[in-house]
Design a protein around this ligand. Structure first.
Ligand code: AMP
Length: 428
């Protein structure tokens, strides 16, 4: 292991990475204005990643955090960052940035910005979010006098830097959030360019749900002697998520989806599709069926995406149909179910998708609708998570070349018996 595993003096339980000793935020060394903000958010105890990361970051070290979403990793870096910026307040110079947070998607950047505002509400620090897809004018104005914390997606940040609207030579703290996703989305060159413009002397932290070789390489080039915090096996979904699968013909998925959603326990549901068009089609189908559904994907304008998220967050829409990239990092409380209308072709995406439910210690249900063309995806998922999904309905094809026959058989059976959807009703 190229990194030390956990800071000295912190005991871990038998379970890999699960920390059990520290039980209050004040014991972690957080200042009063932050404690007050946490109290008003009803955060009584730090999550395991917060337990470890906060003291390490307050001590000025770099961190490589392996943590899936829902572990409280945003607060794990945001709280110490806010405190460090208050303590070492040197004043802001025009167009400069004291701490830079890079996020892969606009939604995640906005969400991090919201968290900073929440946790830092009793501090006098200026944080700004700059993302693509909206006008640059307001962003240029917002950074003109200098900012304490800038949350940005890489492309837009580079645009503004090139134009001279923002300077990166005063950055003292760097956060790369969801690093694996940034690389998946092709941001590696942008990230390297940005990091090349930062001062050598800085504190850096990187968070990633998975640690493939390219993320490991990036970490080595950006972080200095980091403490590695391995909070959960990256290939494992949270244990408090019940995972079910329905084997169903592709043409029957919409009806099955409607039947599942009709169940009253489906209070707040995220539905995933593989494609943007698929997300629109499913959302229209649901709306036509009387459901309150919103769609969110990369072809929607920034304001349409925010509007859809807000409607879902506020409960005006109980269903959000999303593609992987649009949904990445979305933090919405109390998502009761995640439905994979289509299975992802990358098994890691499955873990990310279902991590949208069962956040912050609650439990949740993930339901996957698998047609015969997706059997390989399902096998990859089960290999990655090292556990078979619970069969909730339909018949898994025995062999790949038997798929077509099974599907026909399944459809005939459905007509004859009023359909497995009806039998499956209530399974949610
Ligand atoms: P994250 O993994 O950063 O996306 O956080 C997941 C969710 O946990 C968010 O809704 C946070 O507001 C919430 N959260 C983070 N830390 C705590 C805590 N110590 N106590 C209760 N909720 C928390």
């Amino acid at each position: 292991m190229p990194y030390p595993r956990a800071p000295k003096g912190v005991r871990t339980s038998g379970c890999k990475g699960l920390l059990v000793t520290i039980s209050s935020f004040s014991a972690l060394g957080l200042a009063e204005p932050l404690l007050r903000a946490l109290e008003s958010e009803s955060y009584t105890q730090p999550t395991p990643i917060q337990d470890v990361a906060i003291p390490v970051l307050l001590g000025g070290q770099d961190i490589l955090g392996l943590a899936q979403t829902g572990t409280g990793k945003t607060a794990a870096f945001a709280l110490p960052l806010l405190q460090l910026l208050c303590v070492g307040h040197e004043g802001r110079r025009p167009k400069t940035v004291r701490a830079l947070i890079l996020a892969p998607t606009r939604e995640l950047a906005v969400q991090i910005g919201n968290s900073l505002r929440t946790y830092g509400r009793f501090l006098h620090l200026k944080s700004v979010v700059i993302v693509g897809g909206v006008s640059q004018q307001a962003q240029v104005k917002a950074v003109n006098a200098g900012v304490d914390i800038l949350v940005a997606t890489p492309g837009r940040l580079l645009d503004l830097e090139k134009q001279g609207s923002v300077r990166l030579d005063a950055v003292r703290h760097l956060v790369l959030d969801e690093a694996d996703r940034m690389l998946d989305m092709g941001f590696i060159r942008d990230i390297r360019k940005i990091v090349g413009k930062l001062p050598q002397k800085r504190q850096s932290m990187m968070f990633s749900a998975t640690m493939p070789a390219d993320v490991e390489t990036l970490a080595r080039s950006i972080l200095r002697d980091p403490v590695r915090i391995d909070m959960s096996p990256p290939t494992r979904a949270a244990e408090n998520i019940e995972q079910r699968v329905f084997h169903v013909a592709a043409g029957d998925k919409r009806v099955l989806l409607s039947n599942l959603l009709a169940c009253p326990t489906m209070k707040r549901v995220l539905v995933f599709t593989r494609t943007k068009r698929g997300a629109d089609r499913v959302a229209h189908h649901l709306e036509n069926g009387g459901f309150k559904a919103e769609a969110i994907h990369g072809d929607k304008t920034q304001s349409a995406r925010q509007r859809a998220l807000e409607r879902f967050r506020s409960g005006h829409a109980s269903i959000l149909v999303a593609t992987d990239i649009a949904a990445r990092g979305i933090d919405i409380d109390d998502v009761t179910h995640v439905i994979n209308f289509e299975l992802p072709n990358e098994p890691e995406s499955y873990v990310h998708r279902i991590g949208r439910t069962a956040r912050a210690g609650t439990s949740g249900i993930a339901i996957s609708l698998c047609d015969s063309t997706e059997i390989d995806y399902l096998r990859q998922i089960e290999k990655l998570t090292r556990s078979p999904l619970t069969l909730a309905g339909g018949k898994p094809p025995a062999k790949r070349n038997a798929n077509a026959r099974d599907e026909k058989h399944y459809s005939r059976g459905r007509r004859r018996n009023r359909g497995p959807h009806q039998q499956m009703r209530g399974a949610a």
